[in-house]
Design a protein around this ligand. Structure first.
Ligand code: SF4
Length: 289
């Protein structure tokens, strides 16, 4: 069995910086993070082990200092938190700020805002909570439900798949030929690199293992991207989820990981697959012959 890592995989700079800021702050003073800093249980458990609290709503903040996650937040939400007399520390990724600024500019210029993304995702909530009127969606049915406007301003959640976003923008243009549709590409570079590398990986592998949290949007996008090319794609959160019967003795097995997956988890998955390779010959005939 050959194990191949994607050229780009795992934790992005935005997540690494947010974790570093949380740990550095927690060494000086008690800290609560508002929401999941990243959608990865391993990372969250490590933060809790350092004494950092994680609250899902303002009522659960038990410290004077509260951190906004890398996914960002609306001005309204940050204002409400400051009104409680708390120190607000922002770990918002600079590339999420780019999406906020792009959207604000489109609205200022009179475009009706459309956000391609997951409606209830924390990043999308941060993008939309300051707006009076907007549309959010990530599928053809959402485009079909749009009402005609003279000008549409479209941005994307930073972790959406490039192909899908471009296809939806084309659909909007096709559905409203008389409207001006301005698209600002706000998908972040680390997401694009991981998606492109995942395509290359899936093309040369018999099986692909995608490592990432159950609620990580970019991990789910990597699973979908690989599944379009490779028949055997498995999503795991940690090495404990791996199953010997997924692999054959002579497989090329690809490994990729979402932007919130720590290096230690990727290394553990790779090592476990190496261990399973010994057993895999027994299972391969039954499953894949
Ligand atoms: S996935 Fe992209 S936008 Fe999100 S934290 Fe990482 S670099 Fe920033």
């Amino acid at each position: 069995m050959k194990i191949i890592r994607a050229e780009h995989l795992g934790m992005c700079f935005g997540v690494k910086d947010a974790i570093a800021l949380a740990l550095e702050t927690a060494r000086r003073e008690p800290l609560t993070i508002l929401g999941d800093l990243v959608h990865n249980e391993t990372v969250l458990a490590e933060l809790r082990a350092e004494g950092i609290r994680i609250g899902q709503k303002p009522a659960e903040i038990g410290t004077q200092t509260v951190m906004i996650t890398a996914h960002g937040a609306s001005e309204r939400r940050m204002g409400e938190t400051r009104k409680l007399g708390l120190n607000v520390l922002e770990a918002t990724c600079p590339l999420v700020h780019v999406a906020h600024r792009s959207l604000a500019r489109l609205v200022q210029e009179g475009f009706h805002p459309v956000i391609i993304g997951k409606r209830d995702h924390v990043e999308v909530r941060g993008l939309t909570e300051d707006l009076d009127e907007f549309d959010v969606g990530r599928g053809e049915v959402d485009v079909a439900n749009l009402r005609e406007r003279s000008r549409f301003g479209v941005v994307s959640q930073t972790t959406q798949a490039v192909d899908k976003v471009r296809r939806l923008v084309q659909l909007i243009r096709g559905r409203f030929p008389k409207s001006e549709v301005r698209f600002v590409d706000t998908i972040c570079q680390p997401t694009k690199q991981r998606q492109n590398a995942a395509v290359e990986l899936a093309q040369k592998c018999d099986a692909v293992v995608v490592i990432g949290g159950a609620h990580s949007n970019n991990t789910h996008e990597l699973v979908k991207t690989c599944s379009r090319i490779c028949r055997r794609v498995h999503h795991v959160q940690t090495a404990a989820d791996l199953r010997a019967e997924w692999f054959c003795a002579k497989d090329n097995v690809g490994i990729t990981a979402g932007t919130s997956t720590p290096d230690s988890v990727i290394a553990a998955v790779e090592e476990t697959i190496r261990g399973l390779a010994v057993k895999s010959g027994e299972f391969s005939k039954a499953i894949y012959s």
